[in-house]
Design a protein around this ligand. Structure first.
Ligand SMILES: NC(=O)C1=CN([C@@H]2O[C@H](COP(=O)(O)OP(=O)(O)OC[C@H]3O[C@@H](n4cnc5c(N)ncnc54)[C@H](O)[C@@H]3O)[C@@H](O)[C@H]2O)C=CC1
Ligand SMILES: O=P(O)(O)OC[C@H]1O[C@](O)(CO)[C@@H](O)[C@@H]1O
Length: 391
């Protein structure tokens, strides 16, 4: 039986990647940092994935094992793994990299000929490449040349809404997911054979990645940040607010204009259809997805290449307008959720350095016109006079 080591036994790890790998005949070994989660998974050896839709479907993922990140067992699992995946959060890849580098060093000594692929399934542009760099930084010349020959690091786009399971009467290990899923993997970077039913190998991943990050995650972030400000608890409630529904659709339209101009393979008609399907997913009445989860870590989400500034820069560079994206960014900067450490950091930066300086620091954006538009929208939000119309 093939074996996959998956780092991060959270919502998407269990609800999407673990399930799909199990359905493809892999034994899945989860590596996580939370001892109680590892203990439960190891003891039970299985868990359920519940699809949140009109027809509730429950699938059982069986034959699962689990190890603690950094344990001896975790390093050993990497020696004969057939596939390695992650879904730990972009900022946590650095902690995976050390263990991965150690495990791959052992593999080079003891199982040098077998090819391996490592795929980071994080919401970010080219997260696998980030992980690869982190691993290479920790490798000596010998390991690096062996990695060049034997280990592929394909980038990937992963799409499935896997909310927190609270609110559902479920077992502790249950994962809840929407029915929709998409996993696109960069074919040219794959080492050897990789056949995964349910995933799509694509030649040029760039447009897929941007389409997903901008039209799904950017729109989701807009709904969450505007939703929070307007007193909504969930994405569904936010999307039922006409002002936010319009903001989200406008964010997608502006991002789609930029994407279509930047990528010959993406037509505006297809992008609009894709965007509309995404909005329908956000309106799924069976999914309870809190704005706090979708908005988590605004510092990361406001980064230059992420879901808000990424499409804003692209669409402006292509000569289009970015009014709604500007509002969405202003809402992200206004996100003062006291439960979110990253949001508190952004608020502290604004307090200490002012808004323009914060925009420069978090997103590297110093364009005077763009900054002035964001500041204007931010002030309207703070003043309670933002109503979705142009300022
Ligand atoms: N939930 C979703 O709908 C989707 C999430 N993603 C991405 O997947 C990643 C994980 O997201 P979720 O599953 O929602 O988060 P989560 O918080 O539910 O799960 C993350 C898991 O990773 C574990 N973890 C943290 N650091 C680790 C490390 N260094 N090594 C091993 N395990 C570690 C945590 O203990 C937790 O169990 C994020 O990058 C997210 O953007 C992508 C698509 C969909
Ligand atoms: O997981 P992140 O990057 O914090 O952002 C939340 C986003 O990720 C998802 O969980 C999955 O794409 C979306 O629901 C949401 O847009």
């Amino acid at each position: 039986m093939k074996k996959a080591v998956h780092f991060g036994a959270g919502n998407i790890g269990r609800g999407f990647i673990g399930l799909l790998l199990c359905e493809n005949g892999y034994q899945v070994v989860f590596a996580d940092v939370v001892p109680s989660l590892v203990e439960q998974l190891a003891a039970k050896g299985s868990y359920r994935v519940i699809t949140l839709d009109t027809d509730v479907e429950t699938k059982e993922v069986t034959g699962v094992r689990a190890v603690l990140l950094g344990s001896e067992a975790c390093r050993e699992e990497l020696v004969d793994a057939d596939l390695v995946t992650t879904a730990v959060g972009l900022g946590n890849l650095v902690h995976v990299a050390g263990v991965l580098a150690d495990g791959l060093q052992r593999r080079m000594e003891r199982n040098p000929d077998a090819l391996l692929n490592v795929i980071a399934c994080e919401n970010a542009i080219r997260a696998t490449s980030t992980l690869r760099e982190l691993v290479y930084e920790r490798a000596d010349d010998r390991l690096r040349s062996w990695l060049d020959e034997h280990v592929g690091f394909p980038d990937a786009a992963v799409d499935r809404i896997a909310p927190n399971r609270d609110g559902y009467a479920a077992e502790p290990l249950d994962a809840v997911v929407e029915r929709y899923f998409e996993w696109d993997i960069e074919q040219p970077a794959v080492r050897g054979e990789l056949t995964l039913s349910g995933a799509t190998l694509v030649r040029d991943l760039g447009p897929y990645l941007e389409r997903k990050l901008y039209l799904v995650n950017g729109a989701h972030a807009a709904a969450a940040y505007a939703g929070y400000r307007r007193g909504h608890q969930t994405v569904l409630e936010a999307m039922q607010d006409p002002v936010i529904a319009k903001l989200v659709a406008d964010v997608q339209e502006e991002a789609a204009q930029g994407l279509a101009s930047a990528h010959a393979d993406l037509s505006i008609e297809d992008l609009r259809q894709y965007a509309s399907t995404v909005r329908t997913r956000f309106l799924n009445p069976h999914v309870v997805d809190h704005v706090d989860r979708v908005g988590r870590d605004p510092l990361r989400k406001l980064a230059a290449s992420d879901r808000l500034f990424g499409p804003l820069r692209q669409t402006l560079a292509m000569g289009h307008k970015a009014r709604a994206l500007t509002s969405a960014i202003a809402f992200a900067l206004s996100y003062d959720n006291g439960q979110d450490e990253s949001a508190q950091k952004v608020q502290q930066m604004i307090e200490e350095h002012g808004l323009s300086q914060t925009i420069a620091q978090v997103a590297g954006c110093t364009d005077k016109t763009v900054v002035a538009s964001i500041v204007r929208e931010y002030e309207r939000i703070q003043g309670g006079i933002w109503d979705g119309t142009a300022s």
